[in-house]
Design a protein around this ligand. Sequence first.
Ligand SMILES: [Ca+2]
Ligand SMILES: [Ca+2]
Ligand SMILES: [Cu+2]
Length: 405
Amino acid sequence: MICRWQSLIFNILIFNAFLLTKIQSGSHDTFKKPETSDCGCSAANRQTTTKAKADSDSKNPEVLKSINSKNIKLYDEMVPVEGGIYGIGSYKPIIPADGEGPARKVKLARFWLDVHEVSNLQFSEFVQQTGYVTEAERFGNSYVIETFISEEVKSSINQAVAAAPWWLPVNGADWMHPTGPDSNITHLMDHPVVHVSWNDATAFCKWKSKRLPREAEWESACRNNKQDRLFPWGNLEKPKDHHYMNIWHGSFPTENTKDDGYASTCPVWSYPNQTTHGLKNMIGNVWEWVADWWQANHHHHQDHHPDRHQEELPVNPAGPPGGSDKVKKGGSFMCTKQHCYRYRCGARSSNTPDSSAYNLGFRCARDDDDDSNDNDSNDNDDVEDIHNSENTEDVVVNNAYKDEI
Ligand SMILES: [Ca+2]
Ligand SMILES: [Ca+2]
Ligand SMILES: [Cu+2]
């Protein structure tokens, strides 16, 4: 008898737990959290260990001259991002395992950020003037998503990434051959340079007397002085039925509807400005390397102090002192909400600093020349509110989902 009672109570408990789960999951029907922290964004880590003797087109000035001959803009303008107190991270992270939380405040000095992702034309100018050879060229391969590789090249590859089988290491894929040795960038000079490692990106920025942005800088600029919103312009993916970003439409990776106009990369000038500074394609198009080492847990380093007084806030936090991976931001033309919801200001992913891929580029930043600039001059009212209202973000995020149903 006791056994039957126990079993009945047990069954009731199980049923209640089932109902509770149903109710909880019902409010997020449009977005299913990925099973693991990594749905493929950081899978394209370099496996090759030996650098081959570079036998590459970029060593041939004639090839470079021919691709440079068209009259295309460089797209190397910069805009200032005012100094001040900014909110980064999130109270209610959408992919917690990536370290999207917790929300925290940082103090930034005024800095400058490239309006556009670095273009192929800009990078070819760098290579022409310095003879720089990228890591993908020296290793002899880089990662390309399967759907863009020709059948001929594909047939020579017998190795894939277990966690993300759509990534294939392609011999001869590099910044001048974005989808493999039988491709070129002749018609892509205003597209973002891809297949550049963190080391390559750092070398380029240095050559321009610039540097990679820190994650706190990149994210603060992306947030566009708005209270913790998903995108620089708000929470809607397609406000007023206009596309603001190049992501993947259709069921990844088999279907690509190009609803936003582009199947893969788009020119760096595409789409309306994403922020009031005039920044383009921060979200989407290609992932962008930032300076910081990767760590998913922010509790142990100095920038996690949500309740600190303003004067004690970390100034220009640069992330963890070391690590094995570097952070990348913004998502890419390969991201979909169902598969890899990382095309958000607060989202982040990582790769080893020698890795390169077809959907990974960068833009540069630089310090403000004017040392007399008042770092506290920014009246960032929206951001101040983040920490006064725990519920705000919850409301905001739920509204965003509602709007998209
Ligand atoms: Ca697209
Ligand atoms: Ca981007
Ligand atoms: Cu992604």
